[in-house]
Design a protein around this ligand. Structure first.
Ligand SMILES: [Zn+2]
Length: 669
């Protein structure tokens, strides 16, 4: 061999060319990332025997959890049938608690605070939502999937705010459910029967698990069925927009422009802002109404009533006749009343084409007509060097993109809108209000409904951040109720009723809901779960075994995530804190569902500080550099005064930016 070639070969070898070739071959395999490959290789080093695994054993490992809890139902779809595979919810829960000792230990901790027995059951929350796989640019609507998850209110915010603690027994293609004879409502009823009824259900026998050698049992009854407005409408056979009656929770609330409210004493429309005027439905009211609609349906089927009359009857009650639906199910009526368990998702009500979107859009449109606002002023303001808590940073950094030329927020995600309104309110205070004053233009009528809508979200977020079960919650709930009333009355006073939607009315029930649950339930958690499920959906190509394939992946992924999940405490690598032999520090921590990272700005009693370490000794606390007031509202000056603050006393700041030597800090107030 010529010398040059030898040398070249030697150089390649020294460069690891053989290894590199093998790694390149692995990396080029479909959809494997560098990170995943790294994890696989690390696992192989730990357990070299794994290298002998064949495809059969891989499949068996993937299927074992789902196969052990699988349940199938035959559902009528048109003239045909569909085999619906899902997880038996009670078996799934028992299996997960068996596999994940961390979670079981948390259940035991909460059982000590909230003892549970057959006569004193826990509160079961069931939530469902649809997920469209693919990207925003390339959605795959034909693979749209309904996912359903459940958890227990007694587990507290620390657990409920963590997506992986919600068990997911159902993932089913929406197109199959739509074809079912009784639609989603029938499928929900079938699912709830499996969960609540039967000899081995959570309501009758309870679900048992063992923790540290001791056996425990959880009994529960359904207290919350949570979904967005559209989900509740379809799931409960409610008419919504199309009915004369706009809200099944109220006896006397009619749709907008019904032209009937003034003729019936005591009736109001959804534009009414006075909560005390609503006559709330009782379970008996609802049962009576459902029975009336079903009787009309039976008359129609017997040929004694016209289709038209049936339609009129359905519209008047605001309920669709569905003999196999959830409202008509006599067995489930023994377990719960839909009036009591119905839980509106405030996130969709306020942030997704909801009351806050409506308030921001009306405000900006009206104000830009009255004042000569600088073109792109709001966009440039949003583009400034804003910083956000690390947990939201990736979602909010490009927030300016949601604003178009006229300053109107376009389609924004709920998280983006949550960041946006805090910044917009600051922009209004420091730019728009002074400009109106200098141009001698009165914008008071525009400001008032905008501030009211912001206040609604402020109060819900405050309750969500761990205050919903605190003694001072009544004060916050009172503020929320009055802010919501103002949000409607001030809007109607300035803009009329054109933009008022049923969501405005339904948001007036949120304060009562939180008062009952001592927790702010919303679909945020299930959206976080969707991130995991979306990834799995992307890999499922099997249309015959679709449901089983997705659930196999979800069960496995959830179990592995739960094994590593820290419900409260430091996250990632830790180190001892110098000078404090019993203290440990890390870059991140989770507390009460709140993530805090180094570099975040937190506030205590309105004073901001920058986090320099997350620590645990006996308590959880953060080391911070406390900032000094400058005398100008919301402007602070960084110092190197280091203090240790207890985490339970803190709030995360919403956003901040450095302006010269000062930092502007915005809070959700
Ligand atoms: Zn109502």
């Amino acid at each position: 061999m010529p010398l040059a070639e030898k040398r070249r070969k030697r150089a390649l070898k020294a460069d690891g060319a053989d290894d590199r070739h093998a790694l390149q071959r692995l990396l080029s395999a479909r959809s494997i990332s560098k990170h995943t490959l790294g994890q696989i290789l690390a696992q192989l080093r730990e357990d070299p025997e794994l290298a002998n695994s064949r495809i059969g054993s891989i499949e068996a490992a993937g299927a074992s959890i789902f196969e052990s809890v699988k349940r199938s139902l035959i559902v009528g779809v048109g003239g045909d049938t569909f085999r619906w595979d899902f997880c038996d919810p009670n078996m799934l829960m028992a299996r997960m608690l068996h596999e994940c000792p961390h979670l079981a230990a948390h259940y035991v901790e909460r059982l000590q605070l909230n003892p549970c027995s057959e006569s004193q059951p826990w509160s079961l929350v069931v939530t469902y939502d649809e997920l469209t796989p693919g990207s925003i640019a390339h959605p795959q609507p034909y693979r749209k999937t309904l996912t359903l998850a459940f958890n227990f209110l007694e587990l507290g915010a620390a657990c409920l705010n963590v997506g992986s603690t919600w068990f997911v027994p159902v993932a089913v293609r929406t197109k199959m459910i739509e074809k079912a004879v009784g639609g989603l409502s029938e499928c929900l009823a079938l699912y709830l029967e499996a969960h609540l009824l039967g000899d081995l259900s959570i309501q009758t026998a309870g679900v048992s698990f063992v923790c540290n050698g001791q056996a425990y049992t959880i009994w529960a009854r359904l207290t919350n069925l949570c979904a967005d407005g559209e989900g509740l409408k379809i799931g409960l056979d409610v008419k919504g927009y199309a009915g004369i009656r706009a809200c099944i929770r109220c006896q006397n609330v009619l749709k907008k422009d019904s032209r009937l409210a003034h003729r019936r004493p005591g009736f109001v429309e959804i534009t009414c802002a006075d909560y005390s005027r609503f006559v709330l439905s009782t379970p008996d009211d609802l049962n009576r109404e459902v029975d009336a609609v079903l009787a009309a349906c039976a008359e129609f089927k017997a040929g004694r009533m016209s289709q038209n009359m049936l339609n009129e009857c359905e519209k008047a009650y605001g309920i669709n006749a569905n003999p196999t639906g959830i409202l008509a199910n006599m067995r489930l009526r023994q377990c719960f009343s839909v009036v009591d368990v119905l839980t509106e998702d405030w996130m969709h009500g306020a942030l997704q084409d909801g009351i806050l979107n409506c308030a921001c859009e009306c405000f900006l449109e009206s104000v830009s007509g009255k004042l000569s606002l600088p073109e792109d002023g709001l966009k440039d303001f949003l583009k400034a060097n804003w910083q956000f808590p690390k947990v939201f940073r990736a979602k909010l950094l490009n927030m300016w993109r949601i604003v178009d030329k006229e300053g109107m927020p376009l389609k924004a995600t709920a998280s983006e809108l949550l960041g946006f309104y805090v910044l917009l309110r600051y922009y209004v205070n420091v730019v728009i209000v002074p400009m109106a004053a200098s141009q001698a233009v009165d914008i008071e009528a525009e400001l008032a409904p905008f501030y009211a809508a912001c206040k609604v979200v402020d109060k819900i977020m405050a309750l969500k951040r761990g205050h919903a079960d605190a003694p001072h919650r009544e004060e916050l709930l009172g503020d929320l109720q009055s802010a919501m009333a103002e949000c409607i009355s001030l809007h109607v006073a300035r803009y009329g009723t054109r933009e008022i939607k049923p969501k405005h009315h339904r948001m007036q029930h949120i304060a009562d809901q939180i008062r009952k649950d001592l927790y702010v339930l919303d679909c945020w958690v299930i959206e976080r779960l969707h991130l995991i499920i979306r990834e799995i959906l992307g890999n499922v190509r099997n249309p015959v075994e679709f449901e089983a394939s997705v659930l196999r992946g979800v069960c496995l992924k959830q179990m592995m995530t739960l094994k590593d999940t820290v419900l409260a405490g430091l996250i990632g690598p830790t180190a001892p804190l110098q000078g404090f032999p019993f203290a440990t520090i890390a870059n991140r921590m989770r507390f009460c569902g709140m993530y805090i990272s180094i570099g975040d700005v937190v506030t205590r009693n309105g004073i901001p500080a920058r986090v320099t370490a997350c620590a645990v000794e006996d308590d959880y606390f953060v080391l911070v550099e406390v900032w000094l007031a400058t005398g100008v509202a919301q402007r602070w000056r960084p110092t190197d005064d280091v203090q240790a603050w207890k985490v339970e006393e803190l709030e995360l700041a919403a956003a901040w930016y450095a302006d010269g030597d000062d930092v502007v800090v915005l809070e959700m107030v």
